[in-house]
Design a protein around this ligand. Structure first.
Ligand SMILES: C[S@@+](CC[C@H](N)C(=O)[O-])C[C@H]1O[C@@H](n2cnc3c(N)ncnc32)[C@H](O)[C@@H]1O
Length: 263
């Protein structure tokens, strides 16, 4: 038997009760705000984790032309979602699967939407952070602990069914490229420390670093926006200055250091 406790109560309930999230729908205006915050467009593939009656994925297809997948553990809701998609005329672009969200392959997603619980968001967090840089994550009401959102919107929901606050929060994250570590270029090396979207990079002239002399070092901090660190583009294991921040380094290409450091 499912535990249909209000979401607000489950948020403080013991772990055994948080294995499941009850079915509570995202109001239409919040659904729209979530999809707009993520900038959903026709080329996007939206995955809703715990898709309920399918409304988020169906709206993404109907209003923005996106394709989508909803995964939902309650079979009746999957049947209802498919019927809703047919009625909305988007059955060709969306799919609903009866599936555990924790066993869902997220690789195709360009946008992930969630209306779950804080603990569930935190459990999903490592998998979300491993998605392609630039993937947008939108969560209704619940955040992801110390992975601060890039943006939070507050929307009045006078008829909200749960909680004392008659409003919803929409949190948006853009998955940052993983750039932590040492990067090497001809004549220079770059040591980057990263905490989610924030980075601190130290650029050192390599000949001097290796000889133990005091190397000219420049330290700069900034934010990672998807696959870009401000003036630096990240392409898998390559990183390239693209102008602006450090003019004399423009066009310089760095590759990830091997186990032995920079050659
Ligand atoms: C709060 S509702 C949100 C529904 C929909 N996403 C929306 O925003 O309107 C959460 C949904 O997650 C589903 N759910 C809970 N645990 C799940 C799991 N492990 N895998 C897939 N779906 C799950 C519930 O059945 C419920 O329909």
């Amino acid at each position: 038997m499912r535990n249909w406790l209000p979401l607000a109560l489950l948020a403080t309930a013991p772990a055994w009760a948080q294995e499941e999230v009850p079915f509570i729908t995202t109001p239409d205006q919040v659904t729209l705000a979530m999809l707009q915050a993520a900038g959903v467009k026709a080329s996007d593939h939206v995955i809703d984790l715990g898709s309920g009656d399918g409304r988020i994925v169906i709206t993404a297809a109907r209003r923005f032309g996106a394709s989508g997948l909803g995964v939902e553990i309650v079979p009746e809701l999957v049947v209802q979602s498919r019927a809703n998609a047919r009625r909305a005329g988007v059955a060709q672009r969306v799919e609903f699967l009866e599936q555990d969200l924790f066993r869902t392959d997220l690789a195709r997603a360009t946008v992930v939407t969630m209306y779950l619980l804080p603990e569930v968001n935190l459990q999903l967090r490592p998998r979300l952070l491993a998605l392609a840089p630039g993937t947008r994550i939108v969560s209704h009401d619940w955040d992801m602990g110390d992975w601060a959102p890039d943006r939070t919107l507050t929307i009045d929901v006078p008829d909200k069914a749960i909680g004392r606050e008659k409003l919803s929060r929409v949190h948006l994250w853009t998955v940052p490229a993983q750039v932590q570590g040492l990067w090497c270029a001809t004549g220079a090396q770059l040591e980057i420390t990263q905490r989610f979207q924030a980075f601190s990079a130290t650029l050192t002239a390599r000949g001097q670093a290796a000889s133990g002399q005091a190397a000219p070092v420049r330290v700069f901090d900034g934010r990672i926006e998807g696959a870009r660190l401000q003036a630096v583009g990240v392409h898998g294991d390559r990183l390239q200055w693209q102008g602006g921040a450090l003019q004399q380094d423009d066009g310089r290409r760095f590759v990830r250091a091997g186990a032995a450091g920079c050659p």
